[in-house]
Design a protein around this ligand. Structure first.
Ligand SMILES: [Zn+2]
Length: 246
């Protein structure tokens, strides 16, 4: 009992030394809201646990969190397996023809509301292309305010199993999910505003294609966090409020 009291007393004093009180609001900085998003992953066309794939999924979520650190946190909620399957390029072609008749019957029964649902499919290299499609994210252009109303239809990221390999595809698709475009689709002024100011910065940006992609700019991260707080709050586990230096 006595030891316990001593330990408590020491803890109390060290706490009061470590954290000075009465510093006033002026020093607290700016209130920053940090979204915490839930992510579910669906292994399509798979019925048996493949440890290699589940390991890669975990690595992808870790890399995702490293990339968005200090802005958005992702919680890996549930992992599903489903024997039904289609090929990613075929699904993409149906979307381009404004149809969802391949993907809807596959996922409608299994997708859960309240999370970013990542569906994994096999892919192939289409004729005339020099690489296989690795992922795409169905979006509502100019009607983002409707996302919450039509959930979970536009809470999907569709990805190839092969896209897990480098950890980069999920990050790129998450960029689209939170409103980012490819650099080459934007005006020079818009690229500048985001901090993409030359070819090297463009090649290294996660929203480009290629082997050199490695980062988002601070402005892209800030834009994605605001976008999430504006349109994707219905997918959040919670919002953490912190005081950050201005
Ligand atoms: Zn893209």
């Amino acid at each position: 009992m006595r030891n316990w009291i001593v330990i408590t007393a020491i803890a109390f004093f060290s706490l009061s030394w470590t954290y000075p009180v009465n510093k006033g609001y002026a020093d607290l900085g700016v209130l920053k809201e940090l979204p915490v998003m839930r992510v579910n992953v669906y292994m399509m066309g798979r019925e048996v646990v493949d440890e290699e794939i589940t390991k890669k999924i975990y690595e992808n979520i870790v890399y995702l969190n490293e990339t968005f650190q200090g802005e958005i946190t992702f919680i890996f909620d549930e992992l599903f397996m489903d024997p039904n399957h289609a090929y990613l390029p075929d699904i993409y072609q149906s979307f381009r023809a404004d149809r969802q008749d391949i993907v809807d019957p596959l996922v409608n029964q299994i997708e859960k509301k309240g999370a970013i649902n990542v569906f994994l499919f096999d892919t192939y290299c289409e004729e005339g292309q020099n690489a296989a499609l690795m992922g795409f994210t169905p979006l509502l252009r100019d009607r983002q305010a409707a996302y919450a109303r039509v959930t979970p239809k536009y809470d999907r990221i569709l990805m190839a199993y092969e896209g897990l390999e480098e950890n980069k595809t999920l990050v790129h698709e998450m960029g689209h999910f939170f409103g980012l475009q490819h650099p080459w689709e934007m005006s020079q002024i818009a690229r500048y505003r985001l901090g993409i100011r030359n070819h090297t910065e463009e090649a290294h940006n996660h929203m480009s294609y290629g082997n050199e992609v490695e980062k988002f700019t601070a402005q892209q991260l800030a834009d994605m966090r605001s976008y999430a707080l504006k349109y994707r709050t219905y997918l959040m586990e919670k919002v953490i409020r912190v005081y950050a230096r201005a």
